[in-house]
Design a protein around this ligand. Structure first.
Ligand code: ADP
Ligand code: MG
Length: 246
């Protein structure tokens, strides 16, 4: 579904990703974890070209994107094709404060899929129902709890019928008592077979859904492994990190 090959990325003089190779199979649930500043967000953002790599290649659903490539990549059409396939949920929900929950979900359907207002709102209602928030459709973000806002953001990603959804620390900005409802929604999305890449520090959740678990440090993938990884990881750094943080 997603193939990162030899991705390097610098911001100014500082290199933040070194030769990242990562393959995400269709239907797989990948957990990315590691210290703050290790490059997790930049890896996620490389997967939808929010961060453009300096070198290396990105393939999504068989389509190649990357610096200096002909065809779809680099052009607006290419980005749009990518946005249609790759949804993203951020730590800070990024909802529009002046739009109700329904219109927050409907707006990208109009922008990305070119749907009419009526059709987009219909589709948005279905997505809100999936995350259990149809009764909040008319509420503005300020009238919703953080957990509800994040579930609206998940509905917004789902509504676009993406091939994969990227979650960047989706529960890190939430009060502890609100984490559970968001994890529950993510679990339900996972159960539909959606391909997911999740940056999280929620160890229990990671153990539960991680088909592939990737530990990053200093812009590199240190170690990765399948189910059971958290009990069996080999590198001292991954062990230390798990003990200290998760
Ligand atoms: P993580 O998500 O693991 O905390 P990030 O991918 O956000 O790590 O960041 C990796 C490194 O890149 C950090 O040192 C961070 O300061 C730097 N960085 C990230 N985004 C930018 C940016 N837009 N401009 C400059 N430096 C950045
Ligand atoms: Mg981050």
């Amino acid at each position: 579904m997603i193939e990162l090959r030899g991705i390097n990325k610098s911001f100014g003089k500082t290199q933040v990703l070194f030769d990242i190779d990562l393959t995400v199979e269709r239907g797989q649930h990948v957990v990315l974890f590691g210290p703050s500043g290790s490059g997790k967000s930049t890896v996620l953002r490389s997967m939808n070209m929010l961060a453009e790599p300096d070198s290396g290649s990105l393939k999504v659903d068989g389509i190649e994107f990357g610096p200096g490539l002909p065809g779809e990549s680099g052009k607006r059409g290419g980005r749009l094709a990518l946005r249609r396939r790759v949804g993203m949920v951020f730590q800070q929900f990024n909802l529009f404060p002046h739009l109700c929950a329904l219109d927050n979900v409907a707006l990208p359907l109009r922008k990305v899929h070119g749907m009419s207002r009526g059709k987009a709102r219909e589709k948005a209602a279905i997505a809100l129902r999936r995350v259990g928030l149809i009764d909040r459709a008319a509420n503005y973000p300020a009238e919703l709890s953080g957990g509800q806002q994040q579930r609206v953001a998940i509905a917004r990603a789902l509504a676009l019928d993406p091939e994969v959804i990227l979650f960047d620390e989706p529960t890190s900005a939430l009060d502890p008592e609100l984490v559970g409802e968001v994890l529950k929604t993510m679990r339900e999305v996972a159960e539909t077979g959606m391909t997911m890449v999740v940056v999280t520090h929620e160890l229990g959740f990671a153990k539960e859904i991680g088909d592939l678990n990737v530990f990053m440090e200093d812009g590199r993938i240190v170690e990765s492994g399948p189910r059971g990884f958290y009990e069996n990881c080999k590198s001292e750094r991954a062990k230390q990190f798990l003990q200290a943080v998760m």
